[in-house]
Design a protein around this ligand. Sequence first.
Ligand SMILES: [Zn+2]
Length: 109
Amino acid sequence: MSSSTPTAVHCEKCERELMASSYELPSKRGRLPHCLMCAVRFPSLLRKSLVICLLVGTVLTAINQGNFILAGEFQWAMAWKIPLTYAVPFIVATTGGLLNARAAIRTDA
Ligand SMILES: [Zn+2]
């Protein structure tokens, strides 16, 4: 016996029942609801976040470390900053995409 209600909304990919909100992501059949875990791994979202990460991360690295790199004075002790410089725009772009796709579940249908 299933615990879901007749009007329950389920994730398009993993079939998990969605409670208060979902992430409506594009497909061939229109924008379909997904759970957070499936939305985070959505290929189109990851691809766009990766492009933004590479563009913005490169610009920020050039701004922050470019003068040291070009002068040949880059200190490897500060190399940990570069992956973080790329990670921030990736996280921001992914979070923005998820918030943009978020939708309330309507059970009054
Ligand atoms: Zn799912």
